[in-house]
Design a protein around this ligand. Structure first.
Ligand code: 3PG
Length: 212
C-alpha cells in the first residue's frame, strides 16, 4: 500500500483508542495512561462539548501522544479540530466538502466507509487508508478479507464492535493497517479515573500485533 502521513500515523498502532471525554480534567491523565501502556495514537471523538479542549490539552501537555479528532461530520468540524491541535482527523463517513476541507488544511484524514462504492469514492479523492465502520455489523473481518482482492491497494482501520475477543481476526488481515475501538478506555472507566486499568488494557492492546 502507498504510504501517506495518515498511514504513518496508523502504522504506529496496532490499536487506536476511540475516546469520549466529557471532563477536560481527565484528558491529560487519560492520555498519559494510554501512552504509558504503549498506545500513542489517540482519537478524541467530537461527541462532547469539551472534546476540542481535551484535544488541546493533550496536544500541549502529552508530547508523546499523537492526538487526533474523531466523529468529524462537517467541514467546520475539520477546521475546529485542526485549530485545537489535532494531528489527524477521522470521520464515520465521507462527503466531498469534508474531504476538500481536510485537503485544504493539509490535515491527515481517514474517511469512513461501509461499502466498496464508498471506498472507491474515497480513493478517487486520493484517500487509500479508510475507516471501515461499523465493522462488526458490516460483515466484520470476513467482509474486509473479501474486499482485499477487488479493492487492492486500499488499507483499512476497522472500528465498531471490536474488542479483545475479535481484534486478532482483523489484525491478521493484510489490508488492515490498525484497528480502533472504545474498549481500551470505555467512557465509564474514564469518568471513574481508573487510570491503572486503562494502562493495563492499553498494554494488552499494544501487544496484540506488530504494526505494519
Ligand atoms: C467509532 O467511532 O469508531 C466507534 O464508536 C467505536 O466503536 P466501539 O465503541 O464499538 O469500539
Amino acid at each position: 500500500m502507498t504510504t501517506s502521513p495518515m498511514h504513518d500515523i496508523c502504522a504506529r498502532g496496532p490499536v487506536i483508542p476511540v475516546l469520549t471525554v466529557d471532563d477536560p480534567a481527565r484528558a491529560e491523565p487519560l492520555a498519559r495512561a494510554l501512552v504509558e501502556g504503549g498506545l500513542r495514537v489517540l482519537e478524541i471523538t467530537l461527541r462532547t462539548d469539551t472534546a476540542l479542549e481535551a484535544i488541546g490539552i493533550i496536544a500541549r501537555r502529552v508530547p508523546d501522544a499523537i492526538v487526533g479528532a474523531g466523529t468529524l461530520r462537517t467541514p467546520e468540524d475539520v477546521s475546529r479540530a485542526a485549530e485545537a491541535g489535532a494531528r489527524f482527523g477521522v470521520s464515520p463517513g465521507l462527503t466531498p466538502a469534508l474531504l476538500a476541507r481536510a485537503q485544504a488544511l493539509d490535515l491527515p484524514f481517514m474517511p469512513g466507509v461501509a461499502t466498496p462504492s464508498e471506498a472507491m469514492a474515497a480513493a478517487e479523492h486520493g484517500y487509500r487508508l479508510l475507516k471501515f465502520f461499523p465493522a462488526e455489523t458490516c460483515g466484520g473481518a470476513a467482509a474486509l478479507s473479501a474486499w482485499a482482492a477487488p479493492l487492492a491497494g486500499l488499507g483499512f482501520c476497522p472500528t465498531g464492535g471490536i474488542g479483545p475477543r475479535n481484534a486478532s481476526d482483523y489484525l491478521r488481515l493484510a489490508n488492515v493497517t490498525c484497528i480502533g475501538g472504545s474498549w481500551v478506555a470505555p467512557q465509564a472507566r474514564i469518568r471513574a479515573g481508573d487510570w491503572s486499568a486503562i494502562r493495563e488494557c492499553a498494554a494488552a492492546a499494544a501487544a496484540l500485533g506488530a504494526p505494519r
